[in-house]
Design a binder for this molecule. Sequence first.
Ligand code: ZN
Ligand code: ZN
Length: 370
Amino acid sequence: MKREKKDYYEILGVPRNATQEEIRKAYKKLVKEWHPDRHPENRKEAEQRFKEIQEAYEVLSDPQKRAMYDRFGYVGEQPVYQEAETGSSFFEDVFREFENIFNRDIFDVFFGEESGRRERRKYARRGEDIRYTIEVNLSDLINGTEIPIEYERYETCLRCGGTGVEPDSGYIGCPRCGGTGRIREEKRSFFGYFVSERTCDECGGTGRVPRELCHECGGSGRVLRRVRRTIKIPPNIEDGGHLRISGGGNAGYYGGPYGDLIITVRVKSDSKFRRSGRDLIYDITIDYLQAILGTTVEIPLPEGGTTMLKIPPGTQPETVFRLKGKGLPGEYGRRGDLLVNVHVEIPKNLSREERKILEDLAKRRGIPVA
Ligand SMILES: [Zn+2]
Ligand SMILES: [Zn+2]
């Protein structure tokens, strides 16, 4: 992974010696200011800024990550929204080696359900993607269109800025670790007796927990909102194709970035055309005289409008004319063909005059008729 050097202090606009309170205030202000929904005209840029702000806050609001960032200019080997392992004890290191060897969590072997607690640690992570299917008609699929949609998603709670902490309520010492940020465990195993120490999962090693959870979101940092958004469907998208709208999904947890909105575009069936893979089939019936003498017919196009098709003299029934590139869009926007299937109608009832003309014609050509 390429590691970009980002100045988190600059992103939040705070000095390097800023207090946690100053960082939190700056974050809350910026996250409101750069919420992508407030910048419909340059959404891409706002999403980028929004993510950067979230990322900067995620690091600077965590004393351990901030210390690491101040020292090394980055946090962890992995993207910062994943948990950066910090300050593990000797035993954890040894056991991590075992985990690697056996490819399983050796803590489970020794500690049983005790280790499950490690999972509950409140670390920043990306919000979930949201999937949405849009049905469009044939002409919109080919020409492109804009479709307004409405859906529910979790958004970053504006009251607490996603932290889950009630603003200005302050902190108290962590009851789980007694304010030390570390948890010691004495364990007996077939190796003998040993002491393990690990980061407190309740306070994440900070030794303190918020006095009050946010009154708006109840501490989750996210609130469910109904959002409207206009989806731009580009021309010639494949039926069943996907559009990914970055940051359109659920808000991240504890300051993590938003997930994406993934739109599946499906074409509605059309009464005029039948489908055969990427090709469209249009059925047309012409009179037997038109088949014999030739004619020009008007063919509707899937993108709207019509085209004129020349039927040459002597066209046989069920002849198929291929209009290249007038079918359904496929991969890379390349369209299939429009197949015009020509049926010829033989009249069931003829007028006396018509019958007379045809009988004369048959006689002249020596064709026996009834
Ligand atoms: Zn604690
Ligand atoms: Zn909140």
